[in-house]
Design a protein around this ligand. Structure first.
Ligand code: FES
Ligand code: FES
Length: 154
């Protein structure tokens, strides 16, 4: 049975009418209509579904949407700088850290959380900060370089 509640996503309040056992990933994609957050494993393994909840990176496939009531949810759509790319997005593109792009939204959310708590991370700290995000295309080095470059620019 559906219940009605509200979620705040990227600073906007959305009314939700959904079953209480729906995960946040599916509610974001199908009820809120923000499809930047991806479903990979649906089992808390790949990080493709990473969003921020009150600034903390969370795998949204393994988090009940109803539990996010009253919290601030940020998705990859929320890190855009107006019509401009976020520096992480631009640097991922320019450093060659994007191939198929499926992991990219989740990488951006984990990197964003890392740079907020540690604006000048070492490469090892970046590696640890992104350790919950799998990429089957790039070999990771270009992604690490993009995050390093973003930190150096800010
Ligand atoms: S889809 Fe959530 S961790 Fe893979
Ligand atoms: S670019 Fe394809 S999974 Fe990372």
């Amino acid at each position: 049975m559906n219940e009605t509640y509200e979620l705040e996503v990227n600073g906007v309040r959305y009314p939700i009418n959904a079953a209480m056992d729906r995960n946040l990933l599916s509610v974001l994609r199908t009820e809120v209509g923000l499809t930047g957050t991806k479903e990979g494993c649906d089992d808390c393994e790949c990080g493709a579904c990473m969003v921020l909840i009150d600034g903390q990176p969370v795998n949204s496939c393994s988090y009940l949407a109803a539990q996010a009531q009253g919290r601030e949810i940020t998705t990859v759509e929320g890190v855009l700088d107006g019509d401009n790319l976020h520096p992480l997005q631009r640097n991922l593109l320019e450093e060659g850290g994007v191939q198929c792009g499926f992991c990219t939204p989740g990488m951006i959310m984990s990197a964003q959380a890392l740079l907020t708590r540690n604006p000048s991370p070492t490469r090892e700290e970046i590696r640890i900060g992104l350790s919950g995000n799998l990429c089957r295309c790039t070999g990771y080095q270009r992604i690490l370089a993009a995050v390093e470059r973003t930190a150096a620019e800010s």
